[in-house]
Each structure stands twice: as structure tokens, then as C-alpha cells.
Design a protein around this ligand. Sequence first.
Ligand code: F0G
Length: 397
Amino acid sequence: MTHLRCSVTGCGTTLDLHDRALACPKCGDLLEVVIDQPQADPNALKHLWLSRRASYDPRDTSGVWRFRELLPDVYGPTGVVSLAEGNTPLVRGQKTLGFAGLNALSFKHLGWNPTGSFKDLGMTAGITEAKFVGAKAVACASTGNTAASLAAYAARAGVVGRVYLPAGQASANKLAQALDYGAEMAQIEGSFDDALNALLNANDPDLYFLNSINPFRIEGQKTAMIEMLEQLGWEIPDYLVVPGGNLGNSSAFGKAFIEMKKFGLVERVPRMVIVQAAGANPLARMWAAGASELEPVAKPETAATAIRIGNPRSWKKSLQGVRFSDGFVLDVSDEEIGEAKDWIGRDGIGCEPASATTLAGIRKLTASGKIERDAKVVAILTGHVLKDTEYIIKRRS
Ligand code: F0G
């Protein structure tokens, strides 16, 4: 039976799937969903998933629920809250190749989701569970994208959405989105970390909590990796490069790789590389120092506001995937991010600043010889070009 378990190896505490605890009652660490080995064999599953692209069943038109054999799948055809998320393309780099120092590079553009960011993949799963347990109100702290996504999915589910934002720090575009979808908004003085603490300390039992420490969010986000490998004909790239903020996304991708290997869907996995902004880089620092505990950055600072986060909650989960895949972590400066973003724009693709950390990181890694020119690399783009228009106007004027 699909259930919740403490994510720390060795703790072993288990809970019912629908328990609303946010942390392990024994050791206080994050929880994860344990998925059972699917009934169908790997090839049959791959065919089934692909065949669903020709179906108009609402669960099949979602690029998340299409992969429901690897999700908590207890909601039935009418229980799922979806905006037909996922189904995002792999776009080949053209002019970016020279900048990247690679012969082949693809961008998996998760910014081409319904609310313009990868958050929709996790949000459909989180809100679906919230509705299942009867929540009347859902909440998150956010640098903007989670807020926009939560607001849209809460509207679809007919529940109240409440978002906590660091005052004056989220882009106007993201604020406007959350307002348009009807969310209640609290602006908190300080950083994202302060907004998250304010929400957690409010300890309101009526609020269903939807930051990425919610294990259901991670389940939905996982499917980006299944879809990516499907699009590559199940040929495994050498590297997957991901931006790192609160580290939910990399945690999800790592879990996807661990499960796909365990269930026999793949024989090997790409090396997962996490790229942080230099002013908000606690995991990159920890990695460089070979330390065993994360030291938060007290005053995170970067123009890539989506990842201006000093105390990422999912760092242990995220490192599980980095280690499993023989990956690594690095950081890039704001100027490197800006330059990489310009090139993604010149390719006609576009993205928000936080997404461009991936291309900036790749350039650094090929320049130092850590990634070879003929490596097959996929870079994740997390947010749409229109997510932070002020950044672009400022940079180009
Ligand atoms: N890229 C974008 C565009 C984001 O919005 C975020 C996170 C990340 C990367 C980092 O992902 O946190 O899973 O490591 N945005 C969150 C938010 C924190 O509130 O919208 P992560």
C-alpha cells in the first residue's frame, strides 16, 4: 500500500498516506511517499504512458497524471484537480551551443506550464490531495511562482488560497498572477525564509500546507523526469542540470531517478547537477566544503528572486538524488546568470532569471573541463520569460 515514510535513511517511521503531518513524528525530518512496484512490466508501462497522449480522459491529458502508476493514484477520474499541466517540450539549443561549449544541448522548458512555471506539476498533486482530505483553505510561502500556481489550482478546486510573500521581493508579474486567480496575500518583512517561518509558526490547523516540504508536491514534480526520458526515447542523457532554491525540484528529480531504476524502467540515470545563485548558495558551499550539515545563508541576495533562499528545507532529500546519480553542486554569479539568460533569449526560447542558472553552470563546467564537449546534456528551465519582465527591461535599458 502506498504510504508516507520518513525520508531519512535509517529512521523508518511510517504513516498513513493521508496523514497531514508535515514532519516525521519521531525525528522531525521530512516525509516522503513510498510508491509500490507497478503491476505492469517496464515496457508495457512505457507503451501505456505514450498511448495516453492520444486520449482525452482528463487524467491522460495531464502530463502528470498520465504517469499515475508512479504516483499516489487513489483519487479516481473525478478526484484529480488538473489544468492539463506537463506535456512540455524538449527544445534543442541552437545559438546557445557555442555559449554552453557543447555539441548537443536540450532545454526541458517547464516554464511552458499553465501558470508559467514547473510548480504546476507538483501543485496538481498537492491540491488533489488537499481536496481529498477535505481541506477548505490551502497556503504556501513563496518567492512568487508557487504562489501563482497555488492560487490557480485553489481556484480550480474551489478552496481558499493564501500566499505568504517576502515584501517587495517577488516580481510584479507573479504577484499579479496570484491576485488574478483570487488568492489572499500576506506580505512578510524579510526573506522567503522569514515568510516560510511566519506561515509555519502560524500553525493554523485549518490551512493545508503546500510548500514543497509537502510530499505530494514532490510526487507531481517527479513526472518531469519520466516525460523527459520518454521524449528522448528512453536514451539516458549524461547530465541533467537543475536550478536550486528551496531544493524541492531537485529532490523530486532525484526521487524519480531512484524509483525508475528500482522499478527497472532505466538501467542508469543522468548525473544530476544543481546550480545555485552565488548570493544564495548554501548547498553549493556545503558541497565545496565537503561538510555534512547545511549552514544557512542569513541574508540571501540575488537578482534571480525566485531562488533568493538561504535556508532550503529539502537539502537532505536533494542530496540523496545528487549522490545516487553521482552528481554535484555549484554556484554562478548574477552576471553569469544574466549573460546565460540573454543567450536563451537569442535562441527564441526565453526564461526567467533563476532558470538561466543552468546554462550559466554548464558554461562554467565545460570551460573547466568538468563536462566534455560531446556530453549529452539536458538543462531544466523552470519559469517563463514573462515571469520577471522588470528584470529584462532593467538589463536591456
Ligand atoms: N526556478 C524558479 C523559476 C523558481 O520559482 C524556483 C523556486 C526555483 C527555480 C527553485 O526551485 O525551490 O525547488 O529548488 N521557487 C519557489 C517559489 C521557492 O516560491 O516559487 P526549488
